[in-house]
Design a protein around this ligand. Structure first.
Ligand code: DGY
Length: 427
């Protein structure tokens, strides 16, 4: 009998479970990735609460002493992935990469607590101070001048690796002569036309080299590293996360942390004007070294409502932009504006749609009363899976599945949101 998509999604989460953590998909990504893992927890939360919390607990077992939660934790060495621990040289236990990824855990933990039992509350409480330390790390090391806007030190920190957003910052990176030929593994697992180019990879590794050469001194990297840009996705995830951290602090009787998180949020809201583009009609990536702004609307721009960022006029304008872009797609929401010449419908973050970002955009739209747009996105997310299966990402013009197959976060978002069960609606 044909298995239901719901059952397939559950099976994918179980299949990608490596004992306490899930891999995003076998072979292409054989380790624990930060934001993949948090979204995996939301998926598990629909059918196995204990396993959902275990996912986040394992993630925090890789937290650095300074509070950072790294973007990859290398629990068991796997030669199928490059760059592995030998390239990062972060000297941490467990071994990990040297930077973070969008801080989505506070929001997931609050959602799980609000839809759960005393057990969920206890597990959230046990992680609360680690969560707070991670947010404090972002504000300290990614906004060293206290501007209200955090930077990212690597396109991988955004999770939106090869988005054209990063081309301005990446263009200034000088590739060291001694980098050699990179033994890339990703293009042996997936069609190279759906992955970043060789030129982009050289620059990614140039940043990693700078990082380990200064022993991952994050203030040094923020001030003098090869790349430092504002990512609307990280900024908006952090703002939503600070809001949710404040709510958790209230629940757990921590007024000092609540006040601090609320102050961060207020300061961040004020900072958002600095990367608003009137030309684009949305918040865009910004090179913090040169002040240069990116040139098109992305799925990260569309997350502004999720963070309640922007003035009422800006929110009106960006909502109109969301609607206009959806008119150009069969499946929303594209990672780059399809009306722009740089749009590539099949290449990773240069056009394709991603379930997890749709989830955050959809929540934001729905909270602002934009019900039709929110439902359009939820339906598109589900239809993409119905059309092609649980792929890593999808072509916005055709719904064709791209990148990795049997993908954890696509399955998780199907369970937690796209099916429309409303089981895990954010609070
Ligand atoms: C990869 O290997 O492509 C990852 O996205 C890096 O985080």
């Amino acid at each position: 009998m044909h298995q239901s998509l719901k059952q397939q999604a559950i099976d994918i989460l179980r299949m990608n479970d490596r004992g306490g953590y899930t891999v995003p998909t076998a072979r292409l990504y054989p380790y624990q990735w930060e934001w993949d893992s948090v979204f995996a927890a939301l998926g598990f939360a629909t059918f196995d609460r204990d396993r959902a919390w275990e996912e986040i607990e394992t993630l925090f077992s890789g937290q650095w002493d300074d509070g950072m939660v790294p973007h990859i934790i290398f629990h068991k060495t796997d030669p199928d992935y490059f760059p592995g621990p030998e390239m990062w040289k972060s000297n941490t236990v467990p071994p990990s990469s040297g930077h973070s990824q969008p801080p989505v855990a506070a929001s997931a933990m609050l959602t799980m607590m609000q839809t759960g039992t005393d057990m969920d509350r206890e597990r959230a409480k046990a992680l609360f101070h680690k969560l707070y330390a991670w947010h404090r790390w972002f504000h300290t090391y990614r906004d060293p001048d206290n501007t209200g806007v955090v930077g990212i030190i690597h396109p991988w920190e955004s999770g939106r690796d090869n988005c054209p957003d990063w081309d301005i910052g990446m263009g200034r990176i000088v590739v060291p002569d001694d980098l050699g030929d990179l033994p890339r593994r990703d293009i042996t697992h997936v069609d190279p036309s759906e992955r970043p180019t060789a030129e982009q990879y050289n620059r990614y590794l140039a940043i990693v080299k700078f990082g380990h050469e200064c022993q991952w001194d994050h203030l040094e990297i923020a001030r003098n590293g090869p790349f430092f840009m504002v990512d609307p996705c990280v900024q908006f995830a952090l703002m939503r996360g600070d809001r949710d951290l404040a709510e958790l602090a209230t629940e757990f009787g921590e007024p000092g942390i609540r006040d601090e998180a609320e102050a961060w949020l207020k300061h961040s809201k004020a900072g958002c004007d600095s990367f608003w583009s009137d030309d684009v009609g949305g918040h865009v990536a910004k090179d913090l070294r040169t002040g240069g702004l990116s040139t098109a609307f992305t799925n990260a721009s569309a997350m502004a409502l999720y963070a309640d960022a922007g003035s009422p006029d800006q929110q009106k304008r960006l909502t109109a932009e969301i609607a206009a872009i959806l008119d150009h797609c069969s499946f929303g929401f594209p990672s780059w504006d399809p009306r722009d010449a740089q749009f590539e419908s099949r290449r990773y973050w240069r056009g394709p749609i991603w379930s997890v970002v749709n989830y955050m955009i959809g929540i934001g739209l729905s909270e602002k009363g934009e019900t039709a747009l929110a439902e359009r996105l939820r339906n598109d997310t589900r239809r993409a899976v119905e059309t092609s299966g649980f792929f890593e990402y999808f072509d916005p013009l055709t719904g064709e599945g791209l990148g990795g197959k049997l993908f954890t976060w696509t399955a998780a978002i199907h369970l937690a949101w796209a099916m429309g069960d409303d089981m895990l609606q954010a609070g």
